[in-house]
Design a protein around this ligand. Sequence first.
Ligand code: PA5
Length: 433
Amino acid sequence: MENIKLNITYLNNFIENNEISKLQDKINKANNHINKKTGKGNDFLGWADLPKNIDEELLQDIKTTAKNLIEKSEIIVVIGIGGSYLGAKAIIDALSNPFNSLNPQKGNPYIVYAGNSLSEDYHNDLLKTLDKYDYSVIVISKSGTTTEPAIAFRLIKQHIYKKYGQKEAISRIVAITDKERGALKTIANNDNFKTFIIPDDVGGRYSVLTPVGLIPIACAGFNIDELINGAKKCSLDYSDNADLKSNIIAQYAVIRNLLYNKGKKIEILASFNPKLTFFIEWWKQLYGESEGKENKGIFPAGLIFTTDLHSLGQYMQEGERTIFETIISIRNIKQSIIIPSDTDNIDGLNYLSGKNIDFVNKKAELGTIMAHVEGNVPNIKIELPNLNEYYLGQLIYFFERACALSGYLINVNPFDQPGVEAYKKNMFKLLKE
Ligand code: PA5
């Protein structure tokens, strides 16, 4: 097995080597804040050692629970918002055949999501669909009081109790929440749901390697051991020191910081594989909530190429020069589709016949990087040998740790999100009027 790689060769025009090495002391300090728990938000560092200290009994319980739900469900509804669903959806979408949704079956259920918006339309469509399929529910909320998932769970709980009767319904519900606080914990206790705990020292957006992510991912049929093994490898290789010559996590954090200080205020995380759309959404939440505070922080945005090259590609190439780009590149694909030859060749594509689609995609990737670098958009490339659980596990840990380091480099608490309260305060006031 290899490690994921950070390719910074396209940064030559933008950053000098000595600019990176000058930040060695600063990044050492940030790394010590994580290892010695001396930085801001130090009671939320549980994610850092999660993959190393994973509890085997818990893993077994997760697998058994997932197996029970899989066997009796054509659909599994994951209720949660923000960090309580994005990590699971990121991994499930990255590894799934999206067309499986056309034929959900017991033993191979389709995972759907609820409570991540207040859209009546969406939840109405979902409830109508749940009339027709056998389903189970995983409800996730660390606080146990978040409005969006609470409303969705109230609706779906009523639906599932009516559909199956209380006893069977209870066997189809799993709650993931705080060990003692919150309404969800009280409901779970009262109705005797199977319950998993979110550790106190792991915040929502860093929780994908707790039951929050692992149970839905296991229910989708993916290998959670490999996901954890990947994360563990990355944590063992890159936690002890932050040597900028060899530590790719420290390098990424420092480079982002340097680019930010050179006026590159927006980072686009992009991929040429649409299966990573929600991985990018997970990353956006992780970085947006961790860094964006005290009027500071890189704005994290995401694009899927080549799709978005036909829309925002224009802006990337020639708009305001405040952007840098990080591309997640997958080296090998699982199966190849060869472009056939055509006797008439009216579309003029015969020069590509015999090549596979990914060959064209990789040329598009290289051509895009060259164009963007030329257009004054610095490029960082993260290379994964394959799109599988092991390398996604590495990537999760890579981004989580780099995010914490990045927050410490700009001297903010990477583990709180005070700004999220503002809309809630207004909403509750308006609701009570
Ligand atoms: O990262 C975070 O802490 C947030 O995005 C939360 O995950 C999100 O607000 C959901 O919170 P809860 O799990 O308490 O319902």
